[in-house]
Design a protein around this ligand. Structure first.
Ligand code: GH3
Ligand code: MG
Ligand code: MG
Length: 410
């Protein structure tokens, strides 16, 4: 930053550069004002640092303006955004860090444009060489910005899973789309400063669309554990089973209920109970593949839908259930308290399962079979797995026989 400031007095600003800087800065702030409510809500429901819509303006500045001026402009646009939308949710130190990463990303993009030997004054002429340089500048900007953000998230939140640290493909695609909109803004500005206003409507729509995506995600997520909530699990499981009937192989359903969970609350308190639920949810999630569905049915009950091989469906389902049972049994949940960390252990879970056979039971029937098997496991002394074996629906739609699988012997 000091280096950038030191260059400022040496800048020879011609009229077009001043106009471009004022237009970019003005539109950047106007965008923040128009999208104020959208951005506030977005920040409230997701704290992802991976997506930043103001990069449209900071990227355009990096391409068109001298690096020091682009850095100052990025700082102004970001500080205005922080003051209006993010404060107090985003503390000052985080704001300073994000601004620094954006300034460095601008300098990287600017260096690419400079080394591409593209004349910035009078701006871009639309040559093929310039288009290649713009693509490389997008890559440089996003590489520097993302690496710094990922590094900071990894250092500041070591407890996060790798996927949360890296961000997902949607985030990466959105960030790249935003930067290409920034490239279009730079081209528009080179032709006629008024044209750049055309970038604003699609940008606002993109901002809205992103909020809708997050709202949909939030509506299907259980707030306490981050798993699918009951309604979302049902919807997705219905779709998966429908596909399984039509083309894919069989599926298995597991219903899990923590044993004597009331005692955990009574002994350690409700807050600790919530953290135990979170730890159990993480453990279950880690025992299955990404495409399997893990949900919280409510209270201390979880449900899983997973693919199983057609020849050994119930063996495989029983093996997964047994792995989950053992995983919960060995869980040590560390809970911070004012008097130092406390560890909750000795948890157990009872699990009931059902395999979706070629006769194509519906979800309700499968859940009924698994649920009855679960209660059979509870009655048999808890901390065990029982599988309900379905019969062809014509003979008896919801009959089952609970297998007498001993705990540990799935
Ligand atoms: P069982 O082995 O028969 O399942 O015994 P249990 O104590 O687990 O079963 P019960 O259904 O009697 O109690 C469930 C308890 O789970 C009651 C409630 O205190 C607790 N619980 C339900 N939802 C939550 C939650 O969101 N957070 C916390 N901390 N506790 C919850
Ligand atoms: Mg229960
Ligand atoms: Mg229970």
């Amino acid at each position: 930053m000091a280096l950038v400031l030191a260059q400022l007095p040496a800048l020879r600003l011609d009229r077009r550069i001043i106009v471009a800087a004022l237009v970019i800065c003005g539109l950047g702030m106007l965008h923040t004002e128009i999208a104020l409510r959208v951005e506030r809500v977005r920040r409230r429901i997701t704290d992802t640092p991976h997506v930043d819509f103001s990069s449209v303006w900071t990227f355009a500045a990096a391409v068109l303006l001298p690096p020091a001026l682009a850095a100052v402009l990025a700082t102004i646009v970001f500080t205005h955004l922080w003051a209006r939308s993010w404060r107090p949710r985003v503390p000052v130190y985080r704001h300073v860090f994000s601004t620094a990463t954006v300034v460095l990303a601008c300098l990287a993009a600017s260096a690419v444009v400079a080394s591409g030997d593209v004349a910035r004054t009078p701006f871009l002429a639309g040559s093929a060489r310039e288009l290649v340089v713009l693509v490389l500048a997008v890559l440089a900007y996003t590489t520097v910005n993302s690496s710094l953000v990922v590094g900071a998230v990894a250092v500041s939140s070591p407890e996060l899973e790798l996927s949360s640290v890296l961000g997902n493909w949607n985030d990466a695609a959105l960030e790249t789309a935003t930067l290409f909109l920034g490239a279009l803004a730079a081209v528009a500005l080179s032709i006629n400063p008024w044209l750049v206003g055309f970038v604003l409507p699609p940008l606002i729509v993109l901002h809205w669309a992103e909020l809708v995506r997050h709202l949909k995600e939030a509506a299907s997520t259980d707030g306490k554990t981050g798993l699918l909530n009951a309604a979302a699990w049902h919807n997705k499981a219905e779709q998966v089973l429908h596909r399984a009937n039509a083309e894919d192989g069989p599926r298995g359903v597991l219903v899990l209920d923590l044993d004597h969970f009331k005692r955990v609350n009574d002994t350690y308190g409700h807050v600790a109970g919530d953290q135990v639920l979170q730890a159990v949810a993480n453990a279950l999630r880690n025992e299955v593949r990404d495409r399997d569905l893990v949900g919280r049915f409510g209270g201390e009950e979880f449900v899983v839908l997973l693919g199983v091989p057609s020849d050994s469906g119930s063996t495989e389902l029983g093996a997964v259930a047994e792995r989950m049972r053992r995983r919960v049994e060995h869980l040590q949940v560390e809970i911070p308290t004012p008097d130092g960390p406390m560890t909750v252990s000795g948890l157990t879970v009872s699990i009931g399962g059902a395999v979706h056979s070629r006769t194509g039971e519906d979800l309700r029937t499968l859940l009924h079979i698994a649920d009855t098997a679960l209660y059979s496991a509870k009655r048999a002394g808890r901390n065990r797995v029982r599988l309900g074996l379905s019969l062809p629906p014509k003979a008896a739609p919801v009959q089952y026989t609970a297998s007498d699988m001993p705990a540990g012997g799935a």
